[in-house]
Design a binder for this molecule. Structure first.
Ligand SMILES: [Zn+2]
Length: 203
């Protein structure tokens, strides 16, 4: 159509996008398939789908092939030539195959490239840590924005203090439970990550 400017490229059978394997030039994005690429003024949006055939239940570790539903996760990736790159990751919720498992439904993990509840890829976090270590929060946030990574000064400062191993699991829903060191004596409380069923902190 005359004057019509396409807003993006959609993968369809036989389209070049279908043959574009993200792992070739974006090796950190393992296990994803490109579905759609949209290029706006200063932003590239990649719609991708997780393609692993199975996912492991985080509670009982059994693998499932039964997909119950899907949802979209928005994850920031490293910019391309100063253009912000946003991943719209089509992510699946699986049914745990073990009838007795307390986790009936679980979300597949995308941990090769993003933390469980992360909104930035591991590569973005690593880049931000390098920036804040070199420049501090205020100048670091300005440089990051100039390079296409939107981040607040306070988030940068939190990153530098965060243990990269610890920040992988940030509980979304927590609960508090009691425990006793000896039966009936010395009580304490634990904070439990409801999604993973694991202990987040003990007091
Ligand atoms: Zn399970």
């Amino acid at each position: 159509m005359r004057g019509h400017r396409p807003r993006g490229l959609t993968a369809y059978p036989g389209s070049p996008l279908m043959h574009l394997n993200p792992a070739r030039f974006l090796p950190h994005l393992k296990g994803l398939r490109f579905d759609h690429v949209e290029i706006a003024e200063r932003r590239i949006t990649l719609t991708v789908t997780a393609i692993a055939a199975t996912a492991a239940c985080p509670l009982c570790q059994q693998r499932s092939t039964t997909v119950r539903s899907t949802y979209t996760r928005t994850v920031a990736d490293l910019p391309w030539s100063g253009m912000t790159v946003s991943l719209q990751v089509q992510t699946r919720r699986f049914a745990c195959p073990v009838a007795s498992c307390e986790r009936k439904i679980f979300c597949e993990r995308l941990t090769p490239f993003v933390a469980v509840y992360g909104r930035r890829t591991h590569d973005v976090r690593a880049a931000l840590r390098r920036i804040v270590r070199a420049l501090g929060g205020k100048a670091g946030a300005r440089l990051a924005a100039h390079q296409g990574i939107g981040v607040s000064r306070m988030t940068l400062l939190r990153l530098i203090h965060a243990d990269p191993a610890a920040e992988v699991e940030v509980p979304r829903v927590i609960g508090i439970d009691d425990w006793s060191r000896r039966r009936g004596r010395r009580y304490g409380s634990i904070i439990v990550d409801h999604d993973s069923g694991t202990q987040a902190q003990r007091a």
